[in-house]
Every structure is written in structure tokens, then in C-alpha cells.
Design a binder for this molecule. Structure first.
Ligand SMILES: [Zn+2]
Ligand SMILES: [Zn+2]
Length: 255
């Protein structure tokens, strides 16, 4: 059974999806789900993008099953590694997805980050930051959306081209291999075939550098997005020689 390992329900600041809607859609598609609510400690706007794990487990424990697992999307920044680690150790998450949403304290969703800076500059800052975080957050299970910056970058062509940033990307991939961290195939940008081809190069390279496991996720914030192009992500994994997994009780399970 395929698993969508990246879903946000109402515990995430930017989602209003109810868990019942997510479950209904997953049953319709006959897929499993891992909820990954946003926990961006030290987000610039106070009390945004954090949630209470206490309440999360209290409220969702009853929904837990072999097809519905409880994870977290942990925003990585060098200034909150220990705080993040403590939360992960304290609560029984099935899965820890590590993400870069902020670079040097700025949300890269915002235009501010790109203003007055070239693509080369902002993308290099992003990858350097990601590498530093990956070296510090060795306890995550999977590295989320490596192409996240291409969603929001404000350039004529914001596509992530492996060849343009290969020195940085290779270091990140090698670090993930060394630390036994999976790489996520995030389908959010799969609406364009060009984007699919561009990210595929990164997953091929991951395999060449010794990577073997990937997780698949839609990053849904609404019911309709759940399971989006998961089959294409699975085909991509297969074609790169990578095994698609999901995590249960912090251990990879093969799909
Ligand atoms: Zn994310
Ligand atoms: Zn997400």
C-alpha cells in the first residue's frame, strides 16, 4: 500500500483540514497516511507554526492505526536543535520529517528573501543553510522537499537545476547517506513535467552517492490534494533504484 507521508491537518497553522476528511480521502484512494504537523520553533511570528504535541497525541491517538500514523514536520534552524530534539525524544512520533522553511531567520515563502538578490545567491544560501542543519539534525528520518525554494522563488525561471548547484546538492545528499536519513519525494511541484524531470536528476544522484530510501509525500493542506501523483513519485523512486518507505515507530517500512 502506498503511503502519503506528508499531510497537514488543523494542528498546522496553515491548514484547516480535519483528520476525518483526511481519513475519508485516504480510504477512497486506498493509501496510508502519516500526519506531519508543522513545528517551526523560533518562527519569526510568535506562536505561529507550532503546536502542542500533548494535545496532538491526546486528540489523535484514537485514530491511530496501521494506515494512519502520527508524525511531525520539524522546521530546522541552527538556533533550536536541542529544543527540537527534546520534543522528538519526549513524544512517540512515528516519523520525523526535517524541513527548511526559513533561511537566516527569513521565511523563504516571502518576497523579502529574494529582493535584491540573484537566484544564484538565494539558492546557494538555501543549500548552505540546509547542509548546516542536516549536520545538526542527525535525528530526523527524512529530509523534506529539497526543491522547496522553487515553489516560492521570484525569478523568471525558478526551477532547481541540479547542474547549477551540484556542489551543494551533492554535499547534502552525501550527508543524508552518511547519517542514514531518507530523502522525500515531494509531489507538490509535480504539476509540471519539467519540474518532475528536474528533480528526478537529484534522486538519481542520491542513488549514485549511496542513497537507498525515499519517502513519498503530497504536502497536502486540503483534502483534495491528498495522494497527489503519489504513483508518479513511486515510479520515480523505482526508476532511480530507490526504495519507497514510510516510517512507523521511527523505523522504515518498505512499500
Ligand atoms: Zn514543509
Ligand atoms: Zn509540509
Amino acid at each position: 500500500m502506498l503511503f502519503d507521508s506528508h499531510i497537514h491537518t488543523e494542528f498546522s497553522t496553515d491548514s484547516k483540514m480535519w483528520i476525518s476528511e483526511a481519513i475519508e480521502k485516504a480510504e477512497e484512494l486506498n493509501i496510508g497516511l502519516i500526519l506531519t504537523e508543522h513545528m517551526d520553533i523560533n518562527y519569526p511570528e510568535k506562536d505561529s507554526f507550532i503546536f502542542s504535541p500533548e494535545e496532538y497525541f491526546k486528540e489523535y491517538e484514537k485514530y491511530k492505526s496501521n494506515k494512519l500514523l502520527l508524525g511531525i514536520e520539524l522546521g530546522m534552524q541552527p538556533n533550536c536543535v536541542l529544543e527540537g530534539k527534546k520534543i522528538i525524544e519526549k513524544y512517540p512520533f512515528d516519523y520525523v520529517l526535517g524541513s527548511i522553511h526559513l533561511v537566516d531567520g527569513i521565511d523563504i515563502y516571502l518576497e523579502n528573501y529574494y529582493k535584491g538578490r540573484s537566484k544564484k545567491e538565494t539558492f546557494e544560501m538555501y543549500f548552505k543553510f540546509m547542509l548546516d542543519c542536516l549536520n545538526a539534525y542527525t535525528f530526523i528520518d527524512s529530509l523534506a522537499h529539497i526543491d522547496y525554494i522553487s515553489r516560492y522563488a521570484r525569478y523568471d525561471d525558478s526551477e532547481l537545476i541540479y547542474e547549477d548547484f551540484y556542489e551543494y546538492i551533492d554535499e547534502i545528499l552525501k550527508t543524508a547517506v552518511q547519517k542514514n536519513i531518507a530523502l522525500e519525494i515531494n509531489t507538490r511541484r509535480f504539476e509540471s513535467n519539467k519540474s518532475i524531470r528536474n528533480v528526478q536528476k537529484i534522486y538519481k544522484r542520491f542513488y549514485e552517492l549511496g542513497g537507498r530510501i525515499v519517502t513519498l509525500g503530497s504536502d497536502s493542506h486540503q483534502k483534495g490534494q491528498i495522494g497527489y501523483k503519489l504513483d508518479i513519485a513511486k515510479d520515480m523512486a523505482d526508476s532511480c533504484g530507490l526504495k519507497a518507505v514510510y516510517y512507523k515507530n521511527r523505523k522504515p517500512e518498505y512499500i
